[in-house]
Design a protein around this ligand. Structure first.
Ligand SMILES: [Zn+2]
Length: 295
């Protein structure tokens, strides 16, 4: 059997999930993984000859909230289709003045505050501890940043992203606390997605779309809540257009990157601590796609 061609996985968050579902034509794949069903059918296609697999994180019609998204099934399903690197997108609130709504941000660090989500593939019978000091792939970040000048907005080249459980937004005290930690953005979805991508030996980078300032910032003048929401949605739509452009431009240049591979494509090599003779057949079968190189 011919080896599956390496692909770039694109995970579309709020706004981008819908926009790219509309724009991407190709073969649809919807199948059950050992961890359940992914959020939506995955579309395989090509951008400038580079194979891609696209998934809308919140499902078609934005039906899954950040706590109930089946992150494990999503990453596992992308892995089964040959994805070796993921470019994800997600809406965020900004914790700093300079990261303005409608800008794009390529984060380099995360503080994970989620607590209700399955955050590992290795919770039953095989123990793995992957290195996660740098949650995003620097090569993939650089690929995205290499097209920043072609995108019609300001692109920030680093940031610390706080991932909160949600679905409610932060209290003001929390927002000020996150700011005092030196964080720049707050969102609800890049964890455990980035962790699972690392366990599945995939590169992972994020295009973050600030839609508004988090509640640390005093609103100027009287605010009409309806107007505010309309403004946030308008910002998201505009940022989405820029993010789609950025992702497509980066992917169209990703041929060499995919060909060469990256250290993250062997991140489990030194991470599996369990004695091979003690692993059950059931566990080995369930995790075969992830661990077959090593056991
Ligand atoms: Zn990498």
């Amino acid at each position: 059997m011919a080896a599956i061609k390496p692909r770039i996985g694109i995970i579309g968050g709020s706004g981008l999930g819908h926009a790219m579902t509309q724009q991407t034509t190709g073969q649809e794949h919807y199948f059950e993984t050992p961890f359940g069903m992914p959020s939506a059918p995955i579309i395989t296609s090509e951008i400038n000859g580079v194979p891609i697999a696209f998934l809308a994180r919140h499902g078609r019609g934005h039906v899954f909230n950040p706590s109930v998204i089946n992150y494990r099934a999503n990453i596992y399903a992308l892995k089964s289709l040959g994805v070796t690197s993921i470019i994800a997108s997600g809406a965020v609130g900004s914790l700093v003045e300079e990261m303005q709504p409608k800008h794009l941000v390529i984060p380099d660090q995360v503080i994970d505050k989620t607590f209700k989500r399955d955050n590992t593939f290795f919770d039953d019978g095989i123990v793995a501890h992957v290195d996660f000091a740098w949650p995003f792939c620097d090569k993939l970040r650089k690929l995205l940043l290499s097209v920043a000048s072609e995108v019609n907005t300001t692109v920030h080249n680093k940031a610390t992203y706080v991932c909160m459980e949600g679905p409610q937004f932060s209290t003001r005290a929390e927002s000020l606390l996150h700011k005092s930690w030196g964080a720049h953005l707050i969102g609800m979805t890049c964890m455990p997605e980035a962790r699972l991508a690392r366990e599945a030996e995939m590169c992972y980078a994020l295009v973050a779309l600030p839609t508004d300032y988090d509640c640390w910032r005093e609103p100027k003048g009287d605010i009409d809540k309806h107007k505010l929401i309309a403004e946030i949605i308008g910002n998201l739509n505009e940022a989405t257009e820029n993010a789609v452009n950025m992702i497509k431009l980066a992917v169209s240049k990703a041929g060499d990157f995919l060909e060469q591979g990256c250290e993250h494509n062997s991140s489990l090599e030194l991470a599996i601590w369990s004695d091979k003779s003690k692993m059950s057949l059931k566990t080995k079968e369930k995790l075969n796609l992830l661990v077959k190189k090593y056991i």
